[in-house]
Write a protein that binds this ligand. Structure first.
Ligand code: BES
Ligand code: MN
Ligand code: ZN
Length: 495
C-alpha cells in the first residue's frame, strides 16, 4: 500500500472514503464540527440515532453526506478520549483499513487527531495498517486475494508544515512494515521449506540489484577451517547443511564502523537428543525469528538508503536428534578457543551464536546486538510483551530501551552480574552450556557474554515476543521496529 499526505479541508477532499476517528461519547472536535456544519447538521442527526458508540473497534459507514465532497464517510471508534494513545489510534486505523479492504475501494483518506507527535502517530498507523492487512497464505493451495485491494491511503495534513512530517513518517513506517513482513514471511514458513539453505538463498536474492547490499555465505567447510566447533556440533545432527549468512549494508560513504546484528537462525529446534515434548513443538519453526529480524532490518535499511553501515550475521542450522547429533556430555571447542560441555543439547542457540559472535569481531563493529529466541525462561520472566535485554554496556542498553519505547516494541533489562556466571562452571570443560534451574534467561546471556568481551554488546531475548501462539498463531515481526528505531537514531535520520 502507498501512503501520502493531502493538504485539503476536510469537507472538500476528493476521496472515495473519508475516515474519521470518533471518541466514545462522540464529542465533536474541529473535524466533526466542520463536517457537521458543511452537512447542515446532518452528521449530528445521524449520530443522534445512537447506532454508533465510538467504542474501540466500532464503526459507521455513511454515504452521500450532504455538502461533503467525499463519497463515503467512515466513522471509526477511538474509545475513551482519556485513554487515547498512539497505539490505540494506530490500531483503530488498522481496523478501519481492514474494513475498507473488503469494500472494493482503491483509496481512502484519513483525518488526523491533534497530537504533538505527528511523526510517531503516522509511522505507527502505517505499521499497524500494514499488519492489519497481512496474510500468510503462501502454503495454501487456494489463496483468496482481496477483490480490489486498497492501493493508497492519504493522511489529511493539518497544515503545510505537517506535510513533510507525514511524508517521512509514512516512508519510515512503510519500510519498517516491509521489513516486518519479510521477517514474518520467513518465520511463518515451515521448517521443511525454510531451511538454512533457503535462508541463504533469500539473503542472496535480497542483495540482487541493491548496490549497497552484498551477501556472502560461510559454508560448513569454511566453518570447520575457522574452528566453529560449537555451531558445527549443532548442525551435525541434521541433514541440512548449516550456513553462516553474512549481509553487508554499506550506506555510509565513510569507513564508519558498522553496527552488527547477529540473529539466531535455528530453522527448526526439536531439542536434539535432549528432545523437546511434542506439544506445540511445531512452534519451534519460529526459532529463526532472530535471524529473520536481521533480514527485515537490513531490507528496511536498503529501502530507506539509511546513511549507516550495518552487518547482519545469521548462523542458520537445524537442531534434531540423530546418530551423529550432539550427546549430553559432549565437549566441543568454539571458535574463540573456549571449550563447552554440552549438558543439554536443547541449549543450542547459544552454541551457534557464540561462534557467530566471535566471527563478528572481524568487522570491528561499533556495537553488536544479537537477537535470539533463546530461552523459555525469558517468556516466564517477561511474558509476551517485553523483549529481554542484557548488555555489557549501559549506554548501549539504554539506547535500545529508548528505541523500544519509541517504536512501541519494548524491551526490559535484566542484569548480567558476575554472580550469574557460577552455574556455568563445568568439571570437564571451560564452561557448560546450561546452568541450574534459576534465572535461565540471564544464564544464557551470561554464557554469551563470555564471547563478546571484544566489543560493546547487547543481547535481545525475543522468545516471548517474536511470535504468537493459539488462534492467531503467527510471527510478529518484532523486534524489527526497535532495531530500525535504533538505526534511524544512530544514522541521525530522525531526531
Ligand atoms: N529455542 C529454545 C527457546 C524457546 C523455548 C523459545 C520455548 C521459545 C519458546 C531454546 O533453544 C531452548 O530450547 N532453550 C532451552 C534452554 C534450556 C535447555 C537451558 C529452554 O528454554 O528450555
Ligand atoms: Mn533448544
Ligand atoms: Zn532453540
Amino acid at each position: 500500500m502507498n501512503y501520502n499526505s493531502k493538504l485539503a479541508s476536510i469537507d472538500n477532499v476528493n476521496t472515495a472514503c473519508l475516515a474519521i476517528g470518533v471518541y466514545q461519547g462522540k464529542r465533536f472536535d474541529d473535524a466533526l464540527n466542520t463536517l457537521n456544519n458543511a452537512s447542515k447538521g446532518q452528521l449530528k442527526r445521524i449520530l443522534g440515532k445512537n447506532d454508533f458508540s465510538g467504542e474501540n473497534g466500532s464503526s459507521l459507514l455513511l454515504y452521500e453526506l450532504q455538502g461533503i465532497k467525499a463519497s463515503r464517510v467512515l466513522l471509526f471508534g477511538l474509545g475513551e478520549r482519556k485513554k487515547f494513545s498512539i497505539q490505540t489510534f494506530a490500531q483503530a486505523v488498522g481496523k478501519a483499513i481492514a474494513q475498507l479492504q473488503g469494500m472494493n475501494l482503491q483509496e481512502a483518506t484519513f483525518s488526523l487527531p491533534e497530537h504533538d507527535d505527528l511523526y510517531d502517530l503516522i509511522r505507527q498507523s502505517v505499521i499497524t495498517s500494514e499488519e492489519a492487512v497481512y496474510r500468510f497464505d503462501d502454503c495454501k493451495s487456494q489463496a483468496e486475494p482481496p477483490k480490489k485491494p486498497l492501493k493508497r491511503i492519504s493522511f489529511l495534513a493539518p497544515n503545510r508544515r505537517a506535510v513533510n512530517t507525514i511524508q517521512s513518517a509514512s516512508q519510515h513506517g512503510l519500510a519498517i512494515a516491509n521489513g516486518m513482513k519479510l521477517a514474518k514471511d520467513l518465520a511463518n514458513l515451515p521448517g521443511n521449506i525454510c531451511t538454512p539453505t533457503y535462508l541463504a538463498k533469500t539473503a542472496r536474492d535480497l542483495a540482487k540489484g541493491k548496490q549497497k547490499l552484498s551477501v556472502s555465505i560461510v559454508e560448513e567447510k569454511e566453518m570447520n577451517e575457522l574452528g566453529m566447533g560449537a555451531l558445527l556440533s549443532v548442525s551435525r545432527g541434521s541433514r541440512q547443511p548449516a550456513k553462516l549468512i553474512v549481509m553487508h549494508y554499506k550506506g555510509s560513504e565513510h569507513n564508519n564502523k558498522p553496527i552488527a546484528f547477529v540473529g539466531k537462525g535455528l530453522t527448526f529446534d526439536a531439542g536434539g537428543i535432549s528432545i523437546k515434548p511434542s506439544a506445540a513443538m511445531d512452534e519451534m519453526k519460529y526459532d529463526m525469528c532472530g535471524g529473520a529480524s536481521v533480514f527485515g532490518a537490513i531490507a528496511a535499511c536498503a529501502e530507506l538508503q539509511l546513511p549507516i553501515n550495518v552487518v547482519g550475521v545469521v548462523p542458520a542450522s537445524e537442531n534434531l536428534p540423530d546418530g551423529d547429533a550432539n550427546k549430553p556430555g559432549d565437549i566441543v571447542t568454539s571458535m574463540s578457543g573456549q571449550t563447552i560441555e554440552v549438558l543439554n543439547t536443547d541449549a543450542e542457540g547459544r552454541l551457534i551464536l557464540c561462534d557467530a559472535l566471535t566471527y563478528t569481531e572481524r568487522f570491528d563493529p561499533a556495537a553488536v546486538i544479537d537477537i535470539a529466541t533463546l530461552t523459555g525462561a525469558c517468556v516466564v520472566a517477561l511474558g509476551h510483551h517485553a523483549t529481554g535485554l542484557m548488555a555489557n554496556d549501559d549506554k548501549l542498553a539504554q539506547e535500545l530501551l529508548n528505541a523500544g519505547d519509541a517504536s512501541h516494541d519494548r524491551a526490559w533489562q535484566l542484569p548480567l552480574w558476575d554472580d550469574y556466571q557460577k552455574p556455568l562452571d563445568s568439571n570437564f570443560a571451560d564452561m557448560a552450556n546450561i546452568g541450574d534451574r534459576s534465572a535461565g534467561a540471564i544464564t544464557a546471556g551470561s554464557f554469551l557474554s563470555r564471547f563478546t568481551k571484544q566489543y560493546k554488546w547487547a543481547h535481545l531475548d525475543i522468545a516471548g515476543t517474536a511470535w504468537k501462539s493459539g488462534a492467531d498463531k503467527g510471527a510478529t515481526g518484532r523486534p524489527v521496529p526497535m532495531l530500525m528505531q535504533f538505526l534511524l537514531k544512530r544514522s541521525k535520520s530522525i531526531k
